[in-house]
Design a binder for this molecule. Structure first.
Ligand code: ZN
Length: 239
């Protein structure tokens, strides 16, 4: 099964003039989960539904990085779309998605970078519409540039995750440090939208992905009975 980020990776690779070499690129990776084949986690793929959708706007090589966590969102949230970002052009598919009345888009970004009139701290979806979380998937420096230089995003409300929501989330995940990765931001958004099961599945998927990814690097065998795997098992696809 291919998803939006996998398709974006393939398009990006097809456009490359020279081959992309990820760090550790001599490793034989599973094409589906991107982890070393010896540590493949595809058998653990969760399956959930979600009312909300996610629209990833991805900086140039982001879809090519094996550690990119936007990919994990596309694994879990059925309605995930992904577009490459460029300063000079905008994908017509992205504009069509943002204009589609079934979706109510929110640009997820810290409120201090936007005019106060655009900033909201909670999701309030109109009847008959579904929330669409637009996430800028990039390094922080790149994301700020994308935020400033994408005029088609200027009309969207900016969903600024409140410090309380962020600290509750950090506490729940025993997370140190300020920076949340894209998948964590998406999990928080899903929770805000009432998609609690999808939010928890995404957190569990991220934990097991990170464990397998690091285990592969350090030649450790993942413990399939640990808390993270047990949590994820509750969301696994029935086969
Ligand atoms: Zn795999």
């Amino acid at each position: 099964m291919s998803h939006a980020v996998a398709r974006l990776r393939d398009e990006r690779l097809a456009r490359s003039l020279k081959p992309f070499h990820a760090r550790g690129s001599r490793t034989l990776r599973c094409l589906r989960c991107r982890v070393a084949a010896s540590h493949c986690l595809c058998a653990w793929q969760p399956q959930v539904t979600a009312q909300a959708g996610v629209c990833l706007l991805m900086h140039d090589i982001e879809p090519l990085k094996p550690s990119n966590t936007g990919w994990l969102i596309a694994d879990v949230v059925p309605d995930t779309r992904a577009f490459g970002w460029s300063r000079t052009a905008v994908d017509a598919g992205l504009l069509a998605l943002l204009a589609d009345p079934q979706w109510q888009p929110y640009l997820v970004f810290p409120g201090e970078y936007a005019g106060a009139e655009r900033v909201v701290e909670a999701v309030a979806v109109e009847p008959g519409r579904r929330p669409l979380f637009v996430l800028l998937d990039a390094t922080w420096t790149e994301a700020r540039k994308m935020f400033r230089k994408s005029p088609y995003l200027d009309r969207l409300p900016v969903l600024s995750l409140s410090p309380e929501a962020l600290s509750r989330y950090r506490l729940r995940r025993s997370k140190r440090g300020d920076h949340l990765c894209t998948a964590e931001v998406a999990a928080l958004c899903l929770e805000q939208a009432g998609d609690h099961r999808a939010s928890a599945a995404l957190d569990a998927w991220l934990d097991v992905f990170s464990d397998h990814y690091l285990a592969a690097k350090t030649h450790r065998v993942p413990d399939l009975q640990d808390a993270a795997h047990l949590r994820l098992a509750g969301f696994r696809a029935q086969c």
